[in-house]
Design a protein around this ligand. Structure first.
Ligand code: PLP
Length: 392
């Protein structure tokens, strides 16, 4: 064999011994090989389980999918290359063969709002936004639109409102719509399937991966949706890469430890900043006076209300910028769920596409800063926030 040929083949396609790796390796192969063509044909025909091509399935992705399905208490998951790919996959699957109409929460992650308003609506999908904390408004919208799906987030971004999932699931079911819940902000804390969600979405970029070093997502669903999800997924091609799947899987192993720390630290931050002279109000789901306190008590475990805190800083945009620029430990970032404390100004970042009037209606004020509280020592977080507020 010539050297050129051997460089292409040497070391590959080895039979493994009878050992089993303790953690799932990175299966960095675009396709999979069978010694008999008959075996490949059977896998292609889905007559037996196996891998063919990594856009369709890959062992690293499948291991992660099993783990995420366990996290959400559902039959299976489809891991994707980003949270937006998961939102898109879930929506396209829900619309398959059904009325091209969606009712969605009016406060969603900016990318999801943009997908609905600037991509799906111009493509002919009817999209109606409504306040999902107002159940009568949801009933009216669903009666008028007769949607194929109702879409919302467990903890709305960036205003941290919480709607009653069980009641919304009833409304969706009554109208024959699928109920799709983005659980990115509250993994482990809220399990939307237990409250009637038909499909659950994650941006795994956030708490699931947890270290701010990977983009990923997932759609979690019961068995009866898997064929449709598989079909749409293999056509759209949102598959996660094996290295990214490995990183997210490693992250989820420590999710319970990290979530507890994020929640404890966020509670301490909300308590300290509430009434601070440089802030107008603090948005935090653990606040006993939160407008959605009833839904929060029903959905969240005692003492764990998530790692996000909203702070409406005095002085509008100028105050918010001075606060964010003054942070020394925390980073200004569009993400959440990292070990590092992160701050963002939604009005000029994730929600800049909304008009100032619309932002005001939704409570996204010019002074609002969204904090994702990290896992650092609470004394260092508080000291950093307090010194930055002095600049306001
Ligand atoms: C609630 C929510 N859903 C979806 C996404 C999109 O995820 P990704 O950035 O991984 O595409 C985000 C991103 O911030 C988000 O906050």
């Amino acid at each position: 064999m010539k050297l050129q040929t051997s460089l292409v083949h040497a070391g590959d396609r080895k039979r493994l011994g009878d050992h089993i790796p303790v953690t799932t390796p990175v299966y960095a192969s675009a396709s999979f090989f069978y010694e008999r063509l008959e075996d490949l044909a059977e896998v292609f025909a889905e007559e037996r389980a196996g891998e063919v091509y990594s856009r369709i399935s890959n062992p690293s992705a499948e291991a992660l999918e099993e783990q995420i399905a366990a996290l959400e208490g559902m039959d299976g998951a489809f891991a994707t290359a980003s949270g937006m790919a998961a939102v898109h996959l879930a929506i396209m699957t829900a619309l398959l063969d059904r009325r091209q109409a969606i009712v969605a929460a009016d406060v969603l992650y900016g990318g999801s709002l943009e997908l609905l308003a600037s991509v799906l609506r111009p493509s002919g999908v009817e999209v109606r936004f409504c306040d999902v904390c107002d159940l009568d408004a949801v009933r009216r919208a669903v009666d008028e639109v007769r949607p194929a799906l109702l879409l919302m987030e467990t903890l709305s971004n960036p205003c941290l409102r919480v709607a009653d999932l069980d009641r919304l699931a009833e409304i969706a079911r009554g109208a024959g719509a699928l109920f799709l819940v983005d659980n990115t902000f509250t993994p482990l804390l809220v399990r939307p399937a237990a409250h009637g969600a038909d499909m659950v979405i994650h941006s795994a970029t956030k708490y699931l991966a947890g270290h701010g070093d990977v983009l990923a997502g997932a759609v979690v669903a019961p068995k009866e949706r898997h064929d449709a999800l598989r079909q749409v997924s293999r056509c759209l091609g949102p598959a996660i890469g094996p290295f990214e799947a490995f990183l997210v899987m490693r992250g989820i192993k420590t999710l319970p430890l990290r979530m507890r720390r994020h929640c404890d630290n966020a509670r301490r931050v909300a308590e300290r900043l509430d009434g601070h002279p440089a802030t107008r109000r603090v948005l935090y789901p653990g606040d006993p006076d939160h407008p959605d306190a009833e839904a929060i008590a029903k959905l969240f475990p005692e003492g764990q209300k998530g790692g996000a805190v909203g702070v409406d800083v005095r002085g509008g945009q100028e105050g918010a910028y001075a606060f964010l620029d003054g942070l020394r430990l925390a980073a200004t970032s569009a993400s959440i769920g990292d070990l590092t404390t992160l701050g963002l100004h939604p009005a000029s970042a994730t929600h800049r596409m909304l008009s100032p009037e619309r932002r005001a209606e939704l409570g996204i004020t010019d002074g609002l800063v969204r904090l994702s509280i990290g896992a650092e020592h609470i004394d260092d977080i508080l000291a950093d926030l307090e010194q930055a507020l002095e600049a306001v």
